[in-house]
Design a protein. Structure first.
Length: 135
């Protein structure tokens, strides 16, 4: 259990920090993409904002379960195993979710593609943490 809880908490905080860095880079490097968040499709309600900040922990513990269950399927160095977890998550979970999001909401392809890349990066970061701390 110690091999799951501690890495899960660490991964959650690392992802939270990563989300702040990614947001800063988005606004700085791609302001036109960042402007799309003013679309009314995005909730601006303050009471749900906490859910955004809890997402890194939800993701880290969901991937902790997945890692614990399937880590034996990933071969190679810890670096390769961690990155492969990111790729598997992107293909199995993010791609279908982004596909339906793009096809059903009035969002630009660039915005949805950035979410896909971001989710793959998040999962790879978590994968690297788990591969190192819980081989």
């Amino acid at each position: 259990m110690k091999k799951v809880i501690l890495p899960g908490i660490i991964a959650g905080f690392v992802l939270l920090a990563f989300s702040y860095v990614a947001l800063y880079l988005l606004v700085t490097l791609m302001p036109s993409l960042a402007e799309q968040y003013y679309n009314p499709v995005f909730s601006q309600e303050g009471e749900k904002t906490i859910l955004y900040f809890l997402h890194p922990f939800v993701l880290s513990f969901a991937l902790a379960w997945f890692w614990e269950r399937f880590k034996g399927q990933f071969e190679g160095s810890w670096l390769l195993r961690g990155l492969e977890l990111g790729l598997v998550y992107a293909i199995v979970a993010s791609l279908p979710a982004m596909w339906i999001t793009f096809s059903s909401l009035a969002l630009s392809f660039q915005l949805v593609a950035s979410w896909f890349a971001y989710s793959m990066a998040q999962a790879a970061i978590v994968g690297l943490i788990y591969a190192k701390m819980n081989p």
